[in-house]
Write a protein that binds this ligand. Structure first.
Ligand code: PEP
Ligand code: MG
Length: 572
């Protein structure tokens, strides 16, 4: 048995069989080629196998995620059906007497050269990405390496990978995956957030996992503790029995909490706290409602944009309207597109940046690409007639940005006025407080916003200057640093002074240790991963707001995160 430590990105305790996700090594010896007829024959076979694989993935993704995802793979199949494309490879084989693999590579490089001359054009960039995927697929088939994708997994899989990205998880076989463990990645990386919204136990930053685990090994993820993840490979004997018992107890406790999910969320001294859900899709919302969600504090819309095509106004309108209807009048805070950072949108073909988290991200990107922003705003205003939709802007670092975003919301309303469609011109507009500047300007921002919600994932990253995705520096990523607590306190006080509410929608909102402090610092709304709703409600019902104020005051006055943690553990 081997035991590894990592970080709990999404809690739970689960056993399964390892499915090791490695990117294949496509290198081969170019000198070992056969006569051209044979190489062409090999190429034909690899094309057929690649097409069959794509057909299968297309059908699975269309059925489980919707037609729009199916289209991505349809586009790739078209490339394989293009006779001229294959003829170019035949020519290379004939001219150079080379391996089919070399010919595929050479043809891809020609297109890469052509397309890179015309960069900035998102359509061509997308085609190049498709071409690259297709060529790698053909090369893998030429080498006889089996496909290892997350779209089709054996039952009870625990996926082990160096790193996973949000776009990997779009296609993940959600039926068969039980959890995942990655070597890299931080607690608030977007893939970790996605795992939480899927209620999928996940450990990130688990150094050494790829060397210690083999395909089909028994793996147990013990992620009951928010502070530490334990990953067991091939547990045996007493340990195995102990883990099985713990899993059983955990499940029973979750069921018990689940039964409490609809109780009123109010402290023992009568302060009502709103507990909402963080979602990224309609599927998440359905899940959240099952866990008792009556409102959504953060709908991350960027996940609609990760599939390869940019959704148009109609498509977005349908999703937002459906979400509003599913909430039956409950508050639905929809955040405008927050891409950049670790969320790459292939269809936009943005330039690579040296410091993406400090680059063209969130509101900055939307203010640059006004059409993209206006399309989303129009869709939101139209959907707002179906429920209590509120719009929230991410990454605000100045009042000027917020004012410009509001102007564009008004412009979107004016554009709709000329069309025969119902819309709500003036839904509440809120600001995410996730930059240090926004904390220091919380008073001014609260004076002009309908609400503020703290994005503590980014706020931690920007206040403590520590990359939220980088496992190497995860010990510096201190969400319970007194610096953070003081920032939360300043924001809570500014909101209260201006007569609006302040919420928290970063992962800190779901951390049981932090709850009393947040309530004590004036936070009135907590938006958490769906699966955490029942335990958050249960915990708030056991707290007194007056006592929370004392706890918060003391915690924020301490000097280090260790002191805060020790103090909070002592008053739990
Ligand atoms: C945050 O930064 O805390 C947040 C909620 O937004 P995201 O995690 O999507 O950046
Ligand atoms: Mg953020």
């Amino acid at each position: 048995m081997k035991t590894l430590a990592g970080l709990t990105a999404s809690p739970g305790i689960v056993a399964g069989r390892a499915c090791v996700f490695r990117l294949p090594d496509l290198s081969c010896d170019p000198a070992l080629f056969k006569p051209p007829a044979e190489e062409k024959n090999r190429l034909d076979k690899a094309f057929s196998s690649s097409k069959a694989e794509l057909e299968k993935i297309k059908n699975t993704s269309s059925a489980s995620l919707g037609e729009e995802y199916g289209h991505i793979f349809r586009a790739q199949m078209t490339i394989l059906e293009d006779d001229d494309f294959r003829a170019e490879m035949y020519d290379r084989i004939d001219q150079g007497s080379c391996r089919a693999e070399t010919a595929v590579d050479a043809v891809y490089k020609t297109y890469e050269g052509l397309f890179s001359g015309m960069d900035e054009d998102s359509y061509n960039a997308q085609r190049l990405a498709d071409l690259s995927d297709v060529c790698k697929r053909v090369q893998r088939n030429l080498l006889g390496i089996e496909e290892h994708s997350l779209s089709s997994l054996p039952p009870e899989s625990i996926v082990a990978a160096v790193e996973l990205f949000p776009s990997d998880t779009v296609l993940m076989d959600k039926k068969n995956i039980r959890g995942f463990v990655t070597e890299k990645g931080g607690l608030t990386s977007h893939v970790a957030i996605l795992a939480k919204s899927l209620s999928l136990p996940a450990a990130v930053g688990t150094a050494g996992i790829m060397n210690q685990v083999e395909e089909n090994d028994d793996v147990v993820l013990d992620l009951r503790d928010f502070e530490k993840a334990l990953v067991y490979v091939n547990p045996a004997g007493e340990k195995k029995a102990e883990l099985e018992k713990a899993a059983d107890q955990y499940r029973r406790r979750q069921e018990e909490l689940f039964r409490m999910k609809d109780l009123e969320c109010v402290t023992v001294d009568g302060k009502k706290i709103v507990v909402s859900a963080n979602i990224g899709s309609i599927g998440d919302l359905v899940n959240a409602v099952e866990f008792g969600a009556k409102s959504v504090g953060l709908f991350r819309t960027e996940f609609l944009f990760l599939g390869g095509n940019l959704p148009d106004e109609e498509e977005q309108y349908r999703v937002y309207a459906e979400a509003a209807k599913k909430l039956n009048g409950g508050m639905l805070i929809i955040r405008t597109l927050d891409i950049g950072g670790d969320k790459e949108v292939k269809a936009l073909a943005l330039q690579k940046e040296k410091n993406p988290f400090l680059g063209l991200r969130g509101i900055r990107l939307c203010l640059k690409y006004e059409d993209l922003f206006l399309t989303q705003l129009r869709a939101l205003l139209r959907a707002a007639v179906h429920g209590d939709i509120r719009i929230m802007f991410p990454m605000i670092s100045s009042l000027t940005e917020f004012r410009r975003a509001k102007e564009l919301a008004a412009k979107a309303a004016a554009e709709l006025a000329g069309r025969a469609v119902p819309y709500r011109p003036d839904p509440p507009l809120g600001v995410m407080i996730e930059t240090p500047a926004a904390v220091l300007l919380a008073d001014e921002l609260s004076g002009e916003a309908a609400f503020v919600s703290m994005g503590t994932n980014d706020l931690t990253q920007y206040m403590l200057c520590v990359d939220r995705d980088n496992g190497e520096v995860s010990s510096y990523y201190q969400t319970l640093s007194p610096a953070l607590l003081r920032a939360v306190g300043m924001t809570g006080a500014a909101a209260e002074k201006n007569g609006i509410w302040a919420g928290v929608c970063g992962e800190l909102a779901g951390n049981p240790l932090a709850l009393p402090v947040l309530v004590g610092l004036g936070v009135e709304e907590l938006s958490v991963a769906p699966q955490l709703i029942p335990q958050t409600v249960a915990r708030i019902r056991s707290l007194s707001r007056a006592a929370c104020r004392e706890t918060a005051k003391k915690a924020a006055s301490l000097s280090t995160e260790d002191e805060v943690k020790a103090y909070l553990a002592s008053v739990q």
